[in-house]
Design a protein around this ligand. Structure first.
Ligand SMILES: [Zn+2]
Length: 680
């Protein structure tokens, strides 16, 4: 072990390797490269179905809790967006790509029930340009079949991206735009009950058509959304009681407005009762608590990383400025947390990933160390989780400095790292999340000796990096192949770096200096890799960085993501006597999120996150289906046991989620779960 700076243990450059290729971390709203760009629509009107009469009334007939999603040719960016939203919620749907079915619909019903509770059209006219000229991909009889089903079953239709069309009670004003500020009209209350609707939502990188309400006689068209004062969203009712919702702006899965609106649209088209759920979480994890960190220093080459992946044996031998937070900094986080929870539903509780050596004389803590004393005081205020005793890389254990030679930790070394830290937690009386662990630099995840040691100590939840594992399904994790009792949980990195501590420029630990060093006009990280354009053409201010970083976190909260978010101890330093980089970002996250939505925000321990991830993986594998007999029963079936969340229904111990209930039903394959409904 190499100790520096008056023998203080340092997280140092080795922590660099827990950061990743910067293009993977940067989550700002750049023109999306990983998703299709929003695009104009072929301006083709659909066949108008006038008042449908003489149809059977099937309003009380059973129907599956499943959506029908129709796509013209599968290439629509809006299709990618609605698939992402339904996937996040866990709401079952059938996707039909009409160019692959010869323009035909699937069967919508049989003698006993309807197959769908709602219909989503990726675009309002389902037009495709795979033909020349462009054409409607749904045959005329298909439009009529959809309309009849909607009338008979009282099922709603969402047109997600619409060229204004009398079918939706609107015509085109001739106006278009690709950005603007979306604002809610009073009718939005019925569409977006989850939103506060007082704040405009910025719309970017999205083609849109402005619409004028033109309902036919007896019909109604009620605008609920404008962009820069022009109508971009309407509710439309036909004389025969068909209900449409049409948005005239495009979407893709990473655009803020698509993420903000997504939940409400699904809630609307299902009439507020659907399989799946969306809850809001913010579970920050602070690594390296009790030890110190080398700081970024623009004036010293050794303290300006040339990239994010570093040789774990590199040791700059204490040339960089060094910071270990004090008791007053930790007191500040406790006070901030109280302030964030004051008068709010939900509960914010920071996870502290600690290295016990930092509390001992061997780790450099002086007698009367204020940080250790503060940790004792706040023993139950935070979730405390082990980050090993002395922050050794478990894949490169205690290497000869700068040798480039790594030896993985043995079982005995791993046990010692875990046991020694447990002893510190016990001595300090920390309320310890004993089944979770954050490994230094996220090392050890493929080290069988470490994993066996961790499993033997009852550790069930470890974190891994989201960007190294991009194909993990939403809110799922990965079971360790070496130890099946251990779940690997993705964790979100941020661009608040481990080695930054201040929002001011030109100081050691300057967050804006390091951010611009990577992403500014001359930044070493470029879009698309070396030689590409910079991420920003002007240096970013601290306020801009906080805005960008908080928005990336908010998007994941709006999606309902449960994963923890990574920060480091230097980020807790009160750089102006009051604020820290962490409270800057986390404060912006919470104030903006709460200004936007009614959802309570909760923090989870890693163990609780592991339970949520495990439940989601069981749900994903359950093959769930449900059938609603309106006013009578909801029947849930699964092929594998799982806890099934249903939004819009309150049964024993249902949760209130910002005014909407969520119930969980333990379903098994042997017997359907039958829920009795109140008579409507
Ligand atoms: Zn660390």
């Amino acid at each position: 072990m190499t100790l520096n700076k008056g023998n203080l243990k340092r997280a140092g450059v080795a922590v660099l390797s827990c950061l990743l290729a910067p293009t993977m971390i940067l989550a700002q709203e750049l023109p999306p490269t990983d998703n299709p760009l929003p695009q104009p629509l072929p301006q083709i009107l659909t066949p108008i179905t006038n008042i449908l009469t003489g149809l059977p009334n099937l309003l009380t007939r059973a129907r599956d809790l499943k959506l029908l999603v129709l796509s013209a040719d599968g290439t629509e960016p809006s299709l990618a967006a609605i698939k992402a939203i339904l996937g996040q919620l866990g709401t079952p749907y059938d996707l039909v790509i009409l160019t692959q079915t010869g323009g035909k619909l699937p069967k919508l019903e049989d003698w006993s029930k309807g197959y769908y509770q709602g219909i989503i059209l990726a675009t309002g006219n389902l037009a495709t340009c795979t033909t020349n000229p462009c054409s409607l991909a749904l045959l005329p009889e298909g439009w009529l079949t959809l309309d009849k089903y909607a009338v008979s079953y009282g099922v709603r239709i969402l047109s997600y991206y619409t060229f204004p069309d009398p079918r939706y009670g609107i015509t085109w004003t001739g106006g278009v735009a690709s950005s603007g500020m979306a604002q809610f009209l009073p009718a939005a209350a019925s569409v977006f009950p989850d939103l506060k609707r007082t704040q405009p939502v910025p719309v970017n990188y999205s083609y849109m058509y402005f619409a004028a309400p033109t309902p036919a006689a007896g019909e109604s068209t009620t605008p609920f959304l404008t962009v820069d004062g022009q109508i971009a969203g309407v509710l439309h009712k036909k004389v025969d009681k068909r209900e449409y919702l049409a948005l005239t702006l495009d979407h893709n899965p990473n655009l803020l407005h698509s993420i903000v609106f997504g939940y409400g649209l699904v809630n609307w088209v299902t009439k507020g009762l659907f399989i799946g759920k969306r809850q809001a979480f913010f579970s920050p994890q602070i690594d390296d608590v009790f030890i110190g960190s080398d700081l970024f220093d623009a004036t010293k080459a050794e303290c300006r990383p040339t990239g994010f992946i570093a040789d774990p044996t590199v040791d700059p031998s204490g040339v960089c400025p060094f910071l270990r937070i004090t008791g007053a900094d930790l007191d500040g986080i406790a006070a901030w947390q109280d302030q964030m929870n004051s008068g709010q539903s939900g509960n914010i509780k920071v996870n502290m990933a600690f290295n016990g050596i930092g509390t001992t004389p061997a780790g450099g803590a002086l007698p009367g160390d204020t940080l250790t004393a503060s940790a004792k005081i706040h023993r139950s205020k935070f979730f405390w989780i082990t980050h090993t005793y002395d922050h050794e890389n478990l894949d490169c254990f205690n290497p000869v400095p700068n040798s480039g030679v790594c030896t993985p930790a043995t079982n005995a070394q791993s046990l010692a790292e875990i046991n020694q830290n447990i002893t510190v937690a016990q001595n300090l009386g920390l309320v310890h999340d004993t089944t979770g662990m954050v490994t230094p630099n996220l090392s050890g995840l493929n080290n069988p000796a470490f994993l066996s040691a961790a499993a033997s100590k009852g550790i069930r939840n470890l974190v891994m990096d989201t960007s190294l594992n991009p194909n993990v399904p939403f809110n799922a994790g990965v079971r360790s192949t070496h130890q099946s009792s251990i779940l690997l949980i993705p964790r979100r990195p941020t661009n608040i770096f481990y080695n930054t501590s201040t929002g001011f420029n030109f100081l050691a630990g300057s967050q804006p200096d390091e951010y611009n060093y990577f992403y500014g006009p001359n930044g070493i990280s470029r879009i698309g890799g070396p030689g590409g354009p910079p991420f920003f053409t002007t240096d970013q201010t601290h306020a801009q960085i906080i805005n960008t970083e908080s928005e990336a976190i908010i998007k994941n909260m709006l999606r309902g993501e449960v994963y923890p978010v990574m920060f480091h101890q230097a980020n807790l330093w009160r750089y102006d006597g009051t604020n820290s980089l962490f409270t800057d970002v986390a404060g912006a996250v919470l104030s903006k999120f709460r200004a936007m939505t009614n959802l309570p925000v909760r923090s989870l321990s890693l163990t609780a996150t592991g339970q949520a991830v495990t439940d989601r993986m069981s749900f994903n594998a359950s093959g769930v289906s449900a059938t609603l007999a309106p006013g009578l029963t909801l029947t849930i079936k699964v092929s594998r046991s799982a806890k099934i969340p249903i939004t819009g229904l309150c049964r024993s111990a249902c949760e209130d989620n910002g005014g909407q209930p969520i119930s969980h039903f333990s379903a098994n394959p042997l017997l359907p779960t039958i829920v009795l409904l109140p008579q409507l």
